[in-house]
Design a protein around this ligand. Structure first.
Ligand code: DSN
Length: 424
């Protein structure tokens, strides 16, 4: 390839170009309820697909191991400054490649192999990297895990305190991937203070809600905040670590050179753009609308007899136990996918079934909110979910297909961010 012979994607690789185009259409024509997904803006997409991908910049602004950083330093500094201003933190590192590497950096910064970490158990709503047994974090470190109360589906702070007092973890994680309720950061901070542990708030799921004022902030409670940038925050696939000034050096050293090489500068630029968007009034409205939509979806599903873990939601996420519907979560998720309603099967707390074929489904309202859907649309979506679940249990594939046609027509009426009118 030379500059004179540099054909575009459709010429160089029509197969991949067609697949990307097909994914454009698929994302446009479905109701996306995967709690960890979203639609980024055109501006974020544009920043991602730039020549910044060509540049190596191991190190940090002003202290790099490669030359030619005149522009990259400015890009990364903007991202850092915007993260600090948006979340109100003393330090931000925008280089982690994604959430799991960000959390691994926390271990490298504060723990030696074999030392104790405490986190929420994965089947209770936690994350693999909070010390779950199959993760490196549960293999290389001594892990103790807390859960939720069976009767309430909510985090049991008495259990957290008792476990912390008995096991003396050096690091405590709060947050997770299937928590439909507000995280009580001050209560976790009190436990961590008592045993002199570092509290890490993993806000990957709720970062957009925190930034938009729709969930309390962990700042002032957690010394370290870990987040991905692509869920409710609506940025590119990436992550950030934020902290008090005291822990800045340890975290930076853990990210680079501890775990990673050169940062993905095109992603850093897109994170900066997303952070700028997240500082707007419109973003605060979007964050509030996510929660309103989740509550409307919860009301709609409850009206159809669905059993919501914890009885409802305070944030963007719903966890539904399908045991009373006599349909396994995986079968329901696959039937809903055939009908254009995209979500994931998920374990529910105290699930008697296996993780690969669990009892529940997990839903989130960030992506549909980005499409401009509102509370009355959520009640329609709840009706469709109920119809598909009933049809699948009855083996009525025609009924599932009929919902699919209705869903496609409905979804097409909502413009898709990142997709210009004639692209699909
Ligand atoms: N995979 C993410 C989620 O779906 O919640 C967490 O890492």
């Amino acid at each position: 390839m030379t500059a004179e012979s540099d054909p575009d994607l459709t010429t160089t690789d029509p197969e991949i170009a067609e697949l990307i185009q097909a994914e454009n259409v698929r994302q446009r024509d479905t109701v996306r309820l995967i709690a960890s997904e979203n639609y980024v803006s055109s501006a974020v997409l544009q920043a991602t697909g730039t020549v910044l991908t060509n540049k190596y910049s191991e190190g940090y602004p002003g202290k790099r191991y490669y030359e030619g950083q005149q522009i990259i330093d400015q890009v990364e500094t903007l991202a850092i400054d915007r993260a600090k201003a948006l979340f109100g933190v003393e330090h931000a590192n925008v280089q982690p490649y994604s959430g799991s590497p960000a959390n691994l950096a926390v271990y490298l910064a504060f723990l030696k192999p074999g030392e104790t970490v405490m986190g929420m158990a994965l089947p209770m709503g936690g994350h693999l990297t909070h010390g779950w047994s199959v993760s490196a974090t549960g293999t290389w470190f001594r892990s103790v895990q807390y859960g939720v109360r069976k009767e309430t589906g909510r985090v049991d702070m008495d259990e957290v305190r008792d476990l912390a007092r008995a096991e003396r973890p050096k690091v405590i994680f709060c947050g997770g991937t299937a928590i439909p309720r507000t995280i009580d950061f001050p209560a976790f901070a009190e436990v961590a203070r008592e045993i002199d542990a570092i509290l890490v708030a993993d806000i990957a799921h709720i970062a957009g809600l925190v930034a938009g004022g729709a969930h309390p902030s962990p700042v002032g409670s957690a010394q370290v905040i870990s987040t991905t940038t692509h869920k409710t925050l609506r940025g590119p696939r990436g992550a950030m670590l934020m902290s008090t000034a005291e822990h800045a050096k340890a975290l930076d050293k853990a990210v680079f050179p501890g775990l990673q090489g050169g940062p993905h500068n095109h992603t850093t630029a897109a994170i900066a753009v997303a952070l700028k968007e997240a500082a707007t009034k419109e973003f605060r409205q979007y964050a509030a609308a996510i929660v309103e939509n989740a509550k409307a979806l919860a009301d709609g599903l409850s009206a159809h007899g669905f059993d919501l873990v914890s009885g409802g939601t305070d944030n963007h996420l719903l966890l539904v136990d399908l045991e009373n519907k006599q349909l396994p979560g995986k079968q329901a998720a696959k039937a809903l996918d055939r009908a254009g309603i995209e979500l994931n099967y998920n374990t529910v707390p105290f699930d008697p079934r296996k993780p690969f074929d669990p009892s529940g489904i997990r839903l989130g309202t960030a992506a549909v909110t980005s499409r401009g859907m509102g509370t009355s649309d959520m009640s329609q979506v709840a009706d469709w979910i109920a119809r598909v679940v009933d049809a699948e249990r009855a083996g009525d594939q025609h009924a599932v297909e009929t919902v699919g046609e209705e869903v496609r027509d409905f979804a097409r009426a909502f413009p898709m961010p990142g997709l210009s009118g004639d692209s699909a």
